[in-house]
Design a binder for this molecule. Sequence first.
Ligand code: NAD
Ligand code: ZN
Length: 246
Amino acid sequence: MNSELKRMIDEASRVVVFTGAGISTESGIPDFRSPGGLWTKMAPIDFNDFLRSAALRREAWRRKFEIDKTVQQADPNKGHMAIAKLVDMGIVAHVITQNIDNLHQNSGVPPEKIIELHGNGTYARCLDCGERYELEEVRAIFDETGECPECRACGGFIKSATVSFGQAMPEREMRRAEEATLACDLFVAIGSSLQVFPAAGFPIIAKRNGARLVILNREPTDLDSIADLVIHDEIGPTLAPIAMLN
Ligand code: NAD
Ligand code: ZN
C-alpha cells in the first residue's frame, strides 16, 4: 500500500480524480503513447480532415469499428473499481476523464459524478443537428454500402460522439471540470501522459488554486515537477489497497 497516497486522501476533504487512457490498459484497451500504443501504429484523423474528405470519414469509421472489437469486450478493472468505491464512500467528488470507453460508468460511478472531456465512443451524433445514432445502425449501413451514413434529419455527417483533434471541446463538460477542479483540495491524475491540452490544464489549475496534486503513472509525465506526490507504478495494484478492494 502506498501509505503517502493513503494519508493524503485521508487528509483531504474533497478529492477529484482525473483519468487518461492508462487506467483502461489493464482492461485490454491500448493507450495512445505507451510503446505499442495506438499512435505508434497510426496517426489520428484530425477533425478538419474528417469534414473535408469522404475517404477519411470512411477510414475513421473503419478504425472505430476495428477498435470497438476490443473496447466493447472490455470490463472495468481494479483501478476503475477502486475509484468507484472511493466515489461511493463520498471521498471522491468527481471523476474527470479523457477516456471515451464508458468504463467509469460501467464500474458503477453515477453519471452525474463523471465529466467526460473528450466525449463518449459508445454512440454517435450528427455534427450539424446533434441527433443521436446507435453504432449498430451506423455499422449496418457502413457494412452494406461501404459508405458513412448521413443524418436522416438534416443530411449532416455522423461521427462518433468523441472529440477529435481540431474539434471544439464540449462547453458544459469544460465548465463542470473547472468547477470540480476549483472545489477540490486533492487532485489525483491517473494514467495520463498529461500532454493533451486543454485537458492537461486541469491539474495545473488545481495546483495553482492551492490543491495538492498527485500523479500516478508508470512513466514520468510533463507535470511531475509540480506534483506533491509522484507514484511511478501500475494503477490497479496501487489503487486497490487504498480502496480496500483486496
Ligand atoms: P496517453 O496514451 O497519452 O497516456 C497514457 C499514460 O498512461 C501513459 O503516460 C502511460 O505511461 C500510462 N499508463 C498506461 N498504462 C498504465 C498502467 N497500467 N499503470 C500506470 N500507468 C499506465 O493517454 P491520455 O493522456 O489519456 O491522452 C490521450 C488521449 O487518448 C485522450 O484524449 C483520450 O481521449 C484518448 N484515448 C482514450 C482511450 C480510452 O478511452 N480508453 C484509449 C486511448 C486513447
Ligand atoms: Zn443532423
